[in-house]
Design a protein around this ligand. Structure first.
Ligand SMILES: Nc1ncnc2c1ncn2[C@@H]1O[C@H](COP(=O)(O)OP(=O)(O)OP(=O)(O)O)[C@@H](O)[C@H]1O
Ligand SMILES: [Mg+2]
Length: 263
């Protein structure tokens, strides 16, 4: 059941609510009955083993692949199977795991494309604000995106999506290929700051401990469904955390099984 007000978990009302989603590729169903929610201004992380279906789940939410069944709601609207550009107009920004920038274009052009729905003066104003968030990009506006370092490239990928000032930002492995130190910087400095500024975030992350540290809520996905839904701090406190991350253990205090609604 979608939740419309803060529930007993203390979570804010759901802004994104996904119920019983199924999705896959051709005849192969990868995600099967997965549910998750992101409240207004919440940072929510999905962890789980390789191949669990995390990226597939995100792709079906953001309109990159069809949802075979289930429901995606954004605000008060049913947006199941809505195309990505219409979701962008409604305030959903998505940074994929791969192909996250236009490699042959400059940093400046990547940002300009990110603001494609804005008027020219609106885009210029927004670019200024985004460059304040990622000041390192200011010095490399003319550089071709393919020449950026891993960390610079990820900043550009996020900055490009921020051009439209999303209310919900969906990030698929923002720290992949980044060193431990850069990962922590990206999560603790940039992502946390976005969350504090009121942007809701749904993140899939391999660097689970670093991601959970900045998150409010967490899901563990394994074999195409959510095995655990828990406050991030409770998940971090579990002694069997290694097993939990692999989706093998779903028992324990403060950890609830995912059900249809935000939980
Ligand atoms: N485009 C595709 N066509 C066919 N099968 C795919 C495609 N993309 C992913 N798969 C398969 O779907 C399954 C889940 O993949 P997915 O990328 O969703 O996992 P993941 O949890 O994001 O893993 P990782 O942590 O390694 O990124 C895998 O078995 C994968 O091989
Ligand atoms: Mg993935």
């Amino acid at each position: 059941m979608p939740t419309s007000s803060a529930d007993e978990t203390g979570r804010p009302p759901a802004y994104l609510q996904v119920d019983d989603l199924a999705a896959g590729y051709g005849a192969s169903v990868i995600v099967n009955g997965a549910s998750a929610g992101v409240g207004h201004g919440e940072i929510v992380t999905i962890v789980g083993p390789n191949g669990a279906g995390k990226s597939t789940f995100l792709k079906a939410i953001v309109g990159m692949i069809p949802a075979l069944s289930g429901k995606v709601r954004l605000g008060e609207e049913d947006v199941t199977n809505m195309k990505a550009n219409n979701l962008a107009k409604r305030g959903l920004g998505y940074v994929p795991q791969v192909n996250d920038v236009f490699e042959t274009l400059s940093v400046l052009d990547n940002l300009a494309i990110g603001g494609y729905l804005l008027s020219r003066p609106g885009a210029a104003r927004r670019m200024e604000a985004v460059l304040e968030t990622f000041p390192a990009l200011k010095t490399m506006l003319k550089r071709t995106a393919s020449k950026l370092s891993g960390g610079e490239r990820k900043m550009l990928a996020i900055a490009r999506v921020l051009m439209l000032e999303p209310r919900l930002l969906v990030l698929d492995e923002p720290t992949s290929n980044l060193s431990a130190e850069l990962s922590r910087m990206l999560l603790e400095e940039h992502v946390r700051r976005l969350g504090k500024g009121g942007t809701a975030l749904l993140i899939v992350e391999q660097k689970a401990l670093a991601a959970l540290t900045i998150s409010d809520w967490a899901y563990v996905m394994a074999a195409g469904t959510m095995k655990v839904s828990s406050a991030a701090k409770d998940l971090l406190a579990r002694k069997d955390i290694g097993e939990v991350f692999l989706g093998r253990s779903t028992e324990g205090p403060n950890v609830q099984r995912a059900s249809g609604g935000i939980c």
